[in-house]
Ligand binder design. Sequence first.
Ligand SMILES: Cc1ncc(COP(=O)(O)O)c(C=O)c1O
Length: 361
Amino acid sequence: MKIPLSRVYIDDVIKQRILAAVDSENYILGKESKAFEEELATYTGTKHCVLSSNWTSAVQLLMLALGVKPGDEILVPSHTAFPSIEPIVHAGAKPVFVDVDETYTVNVDEMAAKVTSRTVGMIPVHLYGHPANMDALLALAQKKNLFLLEDCAQAHGATCNGKRVGSMGRFGAFSFFPSKNLTVFGDGGCLTTNDTAIADKVKMLRNHGRKDKYLHEMVGFNMRFNEIQASVGREQLKHLDDFNARRRQAVAWYRQRLAGAPVQLPVERPGCVPVYHMFVVQVDRRDELAKFLKEKGISTGMHYPVPNHKQPAMTSLYKDLPVLPVTERLVDRILSLPIFPLLKEEEVDYVCQQIKAFFKV
Ligand SMILES: Cc1ncc(COP(=O)(O)O)c(C=O)c1O
C-alpha cells in the first residue's frame, strides 16, 4: 500500500467550474471571487471576508491597515508554521514567542505574563485544526486592549462552544494552500472580520490602494485573488463540513487501533470541535519510526521540527529569545500521520499495524 500524508480532493464538477471561469473571460476579483467572499463570511459567521493571494499576504495587509509599527510587540506561539511570524516582522514589530499547552495551542497564562506596555496584539494559532483556548484569550485581549487575530490556516470549520474559528477574535485569517481543510488549486487566503473600516482598507490595499479604477487613495500592493481559484474554492466549501466529519472519523479509527500502543494521542479541549488538519502523535524514536513507515509506503510529516524561536531567521534578528520547554521537548517527538477526507478505514488499519509492528506490541 502507498499512503500519502494528505490528498487534495478533485472531481469533475470542479473541473467544469474551472472551464466556466475560463470562459467567463473575467479573471481577477470578479463575480466568483465576490460570491466566494460572501459564502465564506456566511460560513464563518462574520460580516466581511476579504480574499487575498494567500494567508501571509492577507495578514501583511492587515498589519498595515492596523498601523502596526516598529517597536510594537505581538504575542504568538513559537510552535506554528513559520509564516505565522512573517507579517509581524515585515511590519517592523517584534514577535514575542510563547509556549504551548497540551493541545499544541498557545499557553494563555504564559501569554498574559508576557504582555508589556509595547504589546499591541496577539496571534493565537488553531494548530492542526484544534481551536486555541478562545475564552481565556478573548478575556485577555479585552483586559489588555490587544487586537486578536486568529490564525485559522489549519482550522476551517473548527468550533469553540458552537462558534466557528475566525469569528471569535477581532480578525481571522485562513489559507487555501492545497493541503488545507479547504483548498484551491494553488495559493489563496482570506481575512474575516466584523470590522467594516479595516475590511475596506484591506480591500483597497490588496488592489494598489484603489478606491475605484483610476483613483489610488493609498500606496498598496497586488495581493488579489482570481476567478479560477474562487470557482474551485466555492465547490470545495460545499464539501467542507462533510470532509471535516470524515477527518474526525479517521481520527476515531486511529484512536481505537492505537489504544495501548506507546503513542501519545492528541487531547481535545472540552467545548472544542477540532477538524484535524493534521493528526499528530508523540512517540519515542520518532525519526526511526518515520523511516520505518516510509519503507512500508506510508508518508508522514513533522510539523514542525525546528521551533520558530530557534529558526536562523529569528536568532539572527533577536538576541533575547526565550526558552520554551514544552515546545522544545515536543519538536523531537511529534509525528504527523496520514489524514485526509477520503482516507479509508483499511488504510488506517495498515498504518496502525505498521506502527505496532515497529514497537513490537
Ligand atoms: C498555521 C499557518 N499559518 C499560516 C500559514 C501561511 O499560509 P499561506 O501559505 O497561505 O500564506 C500556514 C500555511 O502553511 C499555516 O499552516
